[in-house]
Design a protein around this ligand. Structure first.
Ligand code: SF4
Length: 80
């Protein structure tokens, strides 16, 4: 049955809006490399809920940190 099938890793888990951009989060793709945390530990903190706080960084900082995600778990969505 379909309910036994693993969740599609491409499934969008959550969107975290900033000002000009939003961060798309696909939990099923995360490889736990920690690159996002190393890039910007105030925006990305896995010990906190929510673990992403876009107000802790600028749009440019967020773009740069998301670009370091090797798996596609984090992606930028341009707003507006
Ligand atoms: S950089 Fe991407 S793959 Fe690495 S921990 Fe962050 S979200 Fe997961």
């Amino acid at each position: 049955m379909a309910e036994d099938a693993p969740a599609d890793p491409e499934t969008l888990t959550r969107i975290y809006p900033a000002s000009e951009v939003a961060i798309e989060w696909r939990q099923g793709l995360c490889q736990h490399s920690g690159n996002c945390v190393k890039a910007h530990a105030r925006v990305f903190n896995p010990r906190r809920k929510p673990w992403i706080e876009t107000e802790q960084g600028t749009d440019d900082e967020i773009r740069a940190a998301v670009a370091r995600c090797p798996s596609g778990a984090l992606r930028i969505r341009e707003l507006g």
